[in-house]
Design a protein around this ligand. Sequence first.
Ligand code: KIV
Ligand code: NA
Length: 275
Amino acid sequence: MKTTKDFQKMKDKNEAIAMMTAYDYPSAKLTEKSGMDMILVGDSLGMTVLGYDSTVPVTIDDMVLHTKAVRRGAKDTFTVTDLPFMTYHISEETTLRNASRLLQEAGAQAVKLEGAGSVLSMISRLTSAGVPVMAHLGLTPQSVGVLGGYKVQGKKAEEAEQLLQDAKAAEKAGAFALVLECVPKQLTGLIVETLSIPVIGIGAGAKADGQVLVYHDVIGYGSEHLPKFVKQYANVQDTIEEALHQYVSEVKDSRFPEDQHTFTMDEDTLTHLYG
Ligand code: KIV
Ligand code: NA
């Protein structure tokens, strides 16, 4: 399994880091098989698999459950799990407890948390307790209520300057990597040059040290609205729809099951049963 040190080396050697979310056993198995460098058990699972309309309702129990399933499917892949909304703000004690559940109970290798400001002290507290932390800046979906929607961040000079300062502060606080979401490519370039740690982009352009996308978006599985920054590489949704439709019609027309799907008993037993 790769380590935080390997990701640092990849940045230093200009080798791109490929990361994707996974939420359960089968998605983790396929993700690991693909040669993915890192898995994110993202709180985007609130939308992709639980059907909420934001990440805000996701709980630490949800993240523990899904991380366990992912780790069973991807035993050799470095796995980062999101600390969900409000699980790293209340106190250092609850933050440490929640991170410990993700690492010790669920088997994650690192945690990710959103924002800077008062969150910076949590990054440094976690890091000094031995928890690798990935920071997340730019569009931070847990703050959708404050941001007023899912929009590109850092387009204006003042915002961009603040983002750069936050990124530097996250590195200084001990983050081993940074996710940068939905920012102009020029700002990504500046942050990548300024920071020593790897910057993983999503909607942040080609200058990032790595890329992360949401599994369901990439394979075309149930995502209704795809943001501009997504590239959909397959459309498994159509395949699934077709299969389910065919099953329903074959059951209703008595074309399924056929002999090959059916068990039999021998004649003697049958005679005995009929008396
Ligand atoms: O939850 C998630 O999927 C994420 C990525 C989009 C970075 O945080
Ligand atoms: Na997330």
